[in-house]
Design a protein around this ligand. Structure first.
Ligand SMILES: Cc1cc2nc3c(=O)[nH]c(=O)nc-3n(C[C@H](O)[C@H](O)[C@H](O)COP(=O)(O)OP(=O)(O)OC[C@H]3O[C@@H](n4cnc5c(N)ncnc54)[C@H](O)[C@@H]3O)c2cc1C
Length: 302
């Protein structure tokens, strides 16, 4: 997208969340949802791929509205209150990498952030943008799924809380209404020192969208997984929450699990495709490998 193309959009700043929700409600009622410009790392790329605005289906009645939310204080900040971590939607990957609270209590978020794009994307891209775009390859969504996080959204109707398991409804589709802003995510933290896992497989170490990525957060007591949260990217139309793998791993002592039954559970939970980044077969192979690697780190002999 060139600078000249930006004239095709109406660009605005807003003073706070209240006025933003009002604008979003007005535009949604007209069938013209507002774009929120956080880091712009998904939206700008999408503009390159869409047909030119002037020729799109009769042309827009009014310029599409883009509101800059990157500095909106209601959407920013990382805070710890007891065992709950709250991360504002406009928090960048770099901010998560530099946060003491995240390093101490949710290190998976920092580790995941280090693997997103490269430093330029980490400095601009936000967790809210990752959740709203809801790509099945989204690394942030996979990490939040492993924490079974809650997405906090706001509209003129008030606040609503969406569990990660109810966020994605299809390929790049979410249960967020067009007039709802993602304000923050909240994580009910596992006990300090709980094991976690992150593995991203891409064509190279930076600027690579995941062929497969796995995020895991566990609580293990006396050789049993008391809790196992998982999120896998790029193996299904939405982030895979791996319910069969979760259920298998909490059902018996980890040492009793066999590789064959773990592989069978993985196969039930994923439906990868061939695309420009990888093949279905390689994704299946990697998915089995990363789940077994995670379980070995938890004490399983798989
Ligand atoms: C070179 C490159 C490499 C990348 N590498 C990775 C990678 O390794 N892993 C990965 O997961 N992604 C990657 N991405 C994708 C992208 O960087 C991330 O998805 C990023 O988190 C998007 O955040 P953003 O703030 O830039 O979103 P924007 O582009 O600002 O917004 C994207 C969409 O989200 C909506 N939105 C933004 N904020 C909100 C909000 N608070 N509430 C409601 N809607 C909102 C906007 O309206 C827009 O539709 C890459 C992108 C590029 C260009």
């Amino acid at each position: 997208m060139s600078l000249a193309d930006l004239r095709l959009f109406e660009m605005r700043h807003v003073a706070g969340l209240g006025p933003l929700c009002e604008i979003m409600a007005e535009r949604a009622a007209l069938g013209a949802p507002v774009t929120l410009l956080a880091g712009g790392t998904d939206w700008v790329v999408e503009q390159e791929l869409r047909p030119p605005l002037e020729v799109a289906a009769g042309g827009p009645a009014a310029p599409p509205l883009v509101v800059d939310v990157s500095r909106l204080s209601d959407l920013r900040g990382i805070s710890l209150s007891g065992d709950t971590l709250r991360v504002g939607a406009a928090t960048t990957y770099l901010e998560m990498l530099r946060s003491d609270a995240i390093a101490a209590r949710a290190p998976l978020l920092a580790r995941m952030s280090r693997d997103v794009g490269a430093v330029q994307i980490q400095a601009r891209g936000t967790l809210g943008g990752n959740l709203a775009t809801a790509s099945p390859a989204a690394d942030g969504v996979a990490a939040l799924a492993a924490y079974d996080a809650t997405v906090v959204v706001q509209s003129v109707r008030g606040e609503r809380r969406i569990p990660m398991s109810a966020l994605q409804t299809g390929y790049k589709r979410t249960s967020r209404a067009p007039d709802e802003v993602i304000v923050a995510v909240e994580i009910a933290l596992p006990a300090p020192g709980s094991p976690w896992y992150w593995r991203k497989i891409g064509a190279r170490r930076a600027q690579a969208i995941s062929k497969v990525a796995l995020a895991g957060v566990a609580e293990v007591r006396s050789g049993r997984a008391a809790r196992l949260g998982l999120g896998m990217a790029s193996v299904a139309p939405t982030t895979a929450l791996l319910p069969s793998v979760r259920a298998l791993c909490v059902s018996r002592p980890l040492a009793e699990l066999t590789g064959a039954e773990v592989d069978a559970a993985v196969a039930q939970d994923i439906s990868p495709i061939d695309d420009v980044r990888s093949t279905r077969g390689y994704r299946e192979h990697c998915a089995r490998g990363v789940v077994r690697e995670l379980l070995r780190q938890l004490g399983a002999q798989v």
